[in-house]
Ligand binder design. Structure first.
Ligand code: TYD
Ligand code: MG
Length: 450
């Protein structure tokens, strides 16, 4: 085997340096570079050759396995692909171990399901299993941190392996302490190899850093097949499972769960849930008809506009991109002559959802205008549309699904882009008001006075 060499690695991006630096030149992060050991040296070139294959799929269809937890299967794009490696990241206490113990239990009906923990004792896991009511499932349990021991202990029949968490693992292949870049990488590599050679699906739990990224090198995200983030706010029992990478299905898909006394329960009608606490006739609140992944979700957008005591007024956002808010305020100022230059603006997407689709622009603009003018948006109205820099309201995708969801939930009016195409009956009996630009939207809602 090649001789171990010392080098310095960035804990964020995995970049390698011959000497220590205060700031990583690749990703720009400070204090992330640590000394680590790597196996280097010149290896002898291999004389083996590889076999070339055709692109045509084998006659056997990939048999995805459904876990039975609908929201989890949805995020994976319709079940678990054999031999895939799924990384699940999230803040401490969000419910990663709970989610995967429940999934393991659901998958264990025909045996071959192993849960290995490097963080908790078997007693703790048994207690959790009892709380979840899955003690009698066929999940096999072990507490181990050595990746080599884990892989060597897997018998032939293992179809699903859960490892909690990848940061606690160590392998003899890398000579540094657990949690370092080379250890995380070596252990993940070992488990990925196991998945690819045996066809077992491997779930890796990963911790996230204070910036919300999966700790350890970014390279881990490149190595695995699926990356899921499990998110939720403290004090809120809703949890959102989001796919950010999926080699076998669509990404940006959402699964929504509620954390109960007896574990996580899927939420099959999220729109109703996100609108439960909404009050009618309140200035600053509007419902946005969004699409997350493959399904439409209605959410409440809330804004608050108040006089500012600062020389540069404050812009605070939760669940939305602050730069997009700047753009919308700039368009309102230059195209509609409505200025917020001496106002603080706070924006919040209720329910802890993060919206990234530009289709939310119009709802954001309407909620700010409504908060600023003190006029509530008429009851039963929902809004969607993208705002361009010239103030035009641009068309967005999946209009008919947005309309159908709004109608299903009893909405009466929709304000949407004039240029959207949709089948005649998509909106049912709802009144559809089409707007070409922001000036028309402002006039329609009578919200000029700020
Ligand atoms: P856990 O799965 O241990 O989180 P993680 O592995 O991400 O650190 O979940 C911990 C939290 O979930 C804890 O605060 C208690 C709560 N919880 C419930 O509310 N109900 C339950 O049935 C379980 C098992 C946990
Ligand atoms: Mg845990």
């Amino acid at each position: 085997m090649a001789k171990p060499e010392k080098a310095f690695f960035c804990g964020e991006c995995g970049a390698r340096y011959p000497k220590w630096l205060g700031r990583c030149e690749d990703c720009g992060q400070w204090n992330t570079i640590t000394e680590d050991v790597t196996v280097g040296g010149k290896a002898k070139p291999s004389c083996n050759s590889m076999e070339l294959q055709s692109l045509a799929a084998s006659s056997e269809k990939t048999n995805r396995r459904l876990s039975g937890l609908d929201e989890f299967d949805r995020v994976l794009g319709g079940g678990i692909v054999p031999g895939s490696v799924i990384l699940v990241g999230g803040d401490p206490g969000v419910g990663k171990s709970t989610l995967l113990l429940q999934t393991a239990a659901a998958l264990s009906q025909d045996g071959g399901c192993v849960y290995v923990s490097g963080e908790e004792s078997s007693e703790q896991i048994r207690l959790r299993a009892a709380r979840l009511g899955v003690s009698e499932s066929g999940v096999k349990l072990a507490c181990e941190t050595d990746a080599d021991v884990i892989v060597n202990s897997m018998g032939k029949g293992v179809k699903f392996l859960v490892v909690d968490s990848v940061q606690t693992l160590q392998s003899a292949e890398a000579e540094s302490i657990p949690g370092t870049v080379s250890q995380v990488r070596a252990c993940a590599h070992r488990l990925i190899n196991f998945a690819k050679t045996t066809g077992a699906a491997v779930f890796l739990i990963g911790h996230v850093t204070k910036d919300g990224l999966i700790a350890g090198p970014k390279i881990l995200e490149h190595m695995v097949d699926v990356v899921l983030y499990f998110e939720g706010e403290r004090g809120n029992s809703y949890r959102i499972l989001r796919s950010v990478k999926n080699r076998y299905g669509p990404c940006d898909e959402l699964g929504i769960f509620e954390m109960r006394q007896t574990g996580l329960a899927g939420v099959s009608n999220p729109s109703a849930l996100f609108l439960t606490h909404r009050e009618d006739d309140v200035p600053g609140s509007v419902v946005f008809s969004g699409v997350e992944g493959t399904r439409p979700i209605l959410v409440e957008v809330q804004a608050l506009v108040s006089g500012s005591y600062f020389t540069s007024p404050r812009r605070t956002v939760v669940g939305w991109d602050v730069n997009r808010l700047f753009t919308i305020l700039a368009v309102l100022e230059s195209k509609c002559k409505i200025s917020f230059s001496n106002k603080d603006v706070c924006l919040n997407i209720a329910g802890g959802l993060k919206i990234s689709e530009p289709a939310g622009d119009l709802a954001v603009a309407v909620s700010i205008l409504s908060a600023g003018s003190g006029r509530a948006v008429p009851n039963g109205t929902c809004v969607f549309g993208e705002i361009g820099l010239t103030g035009e309201i641009r068309s967005v995708s999946r209009c008919s699904e947005r309309l159908k969801e709004a109608e299903k939930l009893g909405f009466k009016n929709v304000i949407m882009p004039a240029s959207c195409d949709f089948p005649k009956n998509a909106g049912g009996s709802m009144k559809i008001e089409k707007v070409k630009n922001l000036i028309e939207a402002v006039a329609l809602l009578g919200m000029r006075r700020i």
